[in-house]
Write a protein that binds this ligand. Structure first.
Ligand code: NAI
Ligand code: MG
Length: 357
């Protein structure tokens, strides 16, 4: 079976880390006999916008919807195009129109990376944040009244649908079930937000009945953020609404060191539309063009894509190769952000060779 992958490198270091992402995917495909077919698209970047007045062609949905996955670099170049235009005009269109209702981020402390949390070793931090990606607090329901007067009022409603809540919970419980610890933590705030969050909690309890083998706990978001820092070893799979998940999915990877290595996935689990895999970092204009960006975020995102396509063994081999190259600590290979003097290509090649071995 051929898997068709749409490649959109985007801006800045997106165009530099993408070739390394593809190099390593090709190494994994060769070793595990996977048939990957890459098609590169030239839209979804700020130069395209300057030429066409939009980030994507009008028929982007039709062009991309038949693909098995989208492999994205990073979008944004604020000197050319304001960030809200570049982001809303590209990435956020994919997330919405392709109903990628899961945002998934692994938070794993890798060998050779110094955690900003004192005394944390490899193995201490290894969990996933699952964020609801389509509704919740990020709704467009609301409005403004009596603007500019003393009576000025602004209202923005949180939207939680049973379908929307249940589907993200199901995904998170399913994920917890595949993990050795089989533990799920729910982010809530039902003491303060007294209608939607008790509803969220109710649905968690209901869903948990179908997963008797998964241990479940919950924390209010305030103490949960504290516990990410104080006790990251407590967590295995953490699920949250759009807002809480947004906060946790930045805090979690931050606890594991450099932004250059963190991956993410925006998933439509039913496969009705393609899912999107991208590093957490942006286009890094400050280092773009120098060939020194760390490609691991892109490469690890590729591993998540392999797992999504059903190749767990290949995905694990990519992650293991990343871990081995990082733990060897060869400074001629590693990029500057992880203490080396190497380049994007030297690190990408070292990981690709290891996968092939
Ligand atoms: P950024 O992630 O691009 O950079 C933040 C800092 O981390 C910079 O100092 C950068 O040099 C460093 N950094 C990032 N990735 C790195 C890598 N792979 N290796 C080594 N160092 C790395 O975030 P920033 O500066 O806030 O945003 C720059 C542009 O990227 C903006 O246009 C923003 O909108 C866009 N952006 C796009 C995202 C996406 O495509 N999903 C996500 C975040 C930002
Ligand atoms: Mg965020």
């Amino acid at each position: 079976m051929t898997h068709r992958i749409a490649v959109i490198a985007g801006d800045g270091i997106g165009t530099e880390v993408m070739p390394e992402g593809i190099r390593t995917l090709e190494a994994a495909a060769k070793r595990f006999n996977i048939d990957l077919d890459f098609t590169t698209f030239e839209f979804g970047n700020c130069d395209y916008y300057l030429e066409h007045g939009k980030m994507l062609p009008d028929d982007w949905f039709k062009q991309l919807k038949g693909f098995d996955a989208l492999f994205y670099g990073a979008v944004g170049w604020p000197d050319k195009v304001p960030d809200h235009i570049s982001l809303w005009g590209s990435l956020l269109q994919f997330r919405r129109q392709f109903d990628q209702y899961i945002n998934l981020r692994p938070c794993k402390l890798m060998p050779g990376i110094k955690s900003p949390l004192a005394g944390r070793q490899v193995g201490d931090i290894d969990f996933y944040v699952v964020r609801e990606n389509t509704e919740g607090e990020y709704s467009s329901i609301g409005g403004k009244m009596f603007e500019g007067t003393e009576r000025e009022i602004v209202i923005q409603e949180t939207v939680m649908s049973r379908t929307g809540v249940d589907r993200v919970l199901k995904y998170a419980f399913d994920l917890a079930q595949t993990r050795p610890r089989k533990k799920l933590t729910s982010a809530t705030k039902s003491n303060g937000i007294s209608i939607t969050m008790p509803y969220w909690d109710e649905r968690v309890v209901e869903m948990a009945k179908q997963y008797p083998d998964v241990a479940m706990d919950k924390f209010h978001i305030d103490i949960l953020t504290a516990n990410f820092v104080l006790h990251p070893d407590w967590f295995d799979v953490v699920v949250g609404s759009n807002l809480f998940g947004d906060i946790l999915s930045d805090l979690g990877p931050a606890c594991t060191g450099t932004i250059g290595i963190a991956p993410s996935a925006n998933i439509n689990p039913e496969g009705q539309f393609p899912s999107l895999f991208e590093p957490v970092h942006g286009s890094a204009p400050d280092i773009a063009g120098q060939g020194i960006a760390n490609p691991i975020g892109q490469i690890w995102s590729g591993a998540m894509m392999l797992e999504h396509l059903g190749y767990k063994e290949a995905a694990d081999a990519v992650v293991t190769a990343i871990e081995e190259v990082l733990s060897e600590g060869d400074s001629s290979v590693l990029t500057r952000d992880v203490g080396g003097q190497g380049t994007t290509a030297s690190l990408g090649k070292a990981i690709a060779e290891r996968i092939g071995a």
